[in-house]
Design a binder for this molecule. Sequence first.
Ligand code: HPA
Length: 296
Amino acid sequence: MSLLAKATESVAYIQSRLPAELQKPKVAVICGSGLQNLASALDPSPLVEIPFADIPHFPVTTVVGHAGKLVFGFFGPKKVPALCMVGRIHFYEGNPFDVSVFPIRVFKVLGIDTMVVTNAAGGLNPAYKVGDLMVLSDHINLPGLAGWHPLRGPNEADFGTRFPPLSDAYDLDLRQRFFAAAGALKLARPIHEGVYAFVSGPTYETRAESRMLKMLGADCVGMSTVPEIIIARHSGVRILAVSLVTNEVVTAPTPKVSDGPADIGAGAANHEEVLEAAREAGNDMKDLVLHVVGGL
Ligand code: HPA
């Protein structure tokens, strides 16, 4: 069965669960780690939740803090029909890319033209503090450069071309709208614009790896987002992507024995800290997404 035929079956099931006015969402919002409450920015009615497990061909997420459902509803007074993907599928869970990015193919067949992707990320840029936001203006696809690329294999010509450009991956108009929203909402939270390095995970980086990523020009590092963006861009979907800095990545060289006593564990990243930082910033992220998507 072709990818398009599979995605069409998923869409047929999803649409069978939706009222007519929600069957053609314009925007997909992907909620990052700890950012599930973005879905509560949708109008409370009509609202339809569909667990991943119910949808034919859909993968199922295994990560704590990722519930695994699609939520359909309207954003803002203009009633922009949208879906929120709560819980995403990561490469490190063991799925091949064609499985982990399948939902993005389904969203395209549903008719979206815009995707908003959020994530929790480690800050590499020394100016970035926990709780800051970074709008992605570019990325480094480390696994992709080494051969683990989500578009590797026969081209899916029903969706896009063999050699899609990525020099235009992060839509300027959507980035401008995001900064305008932050201004209108008078948010105190610093918002940067920078480069996201995608790594496979699931380990957090060593200090030497973190220094390498910094030298390569990355401002944040994380284990998601880039595969989804590549699949969306393959079929011409516009992208806004935002990282929440949930930890400041340790890049100082590991203390040596000869340095004497040292707290070698200081600053080590952990998943609970990542989720906690995300929860604290969740309301601002929600307001920003509502403002931007509600205005489309
Ligand atoms: N590294 C990779 N992924 C992450 C991090 C990090 O420091 N923080 C949140 N996701």
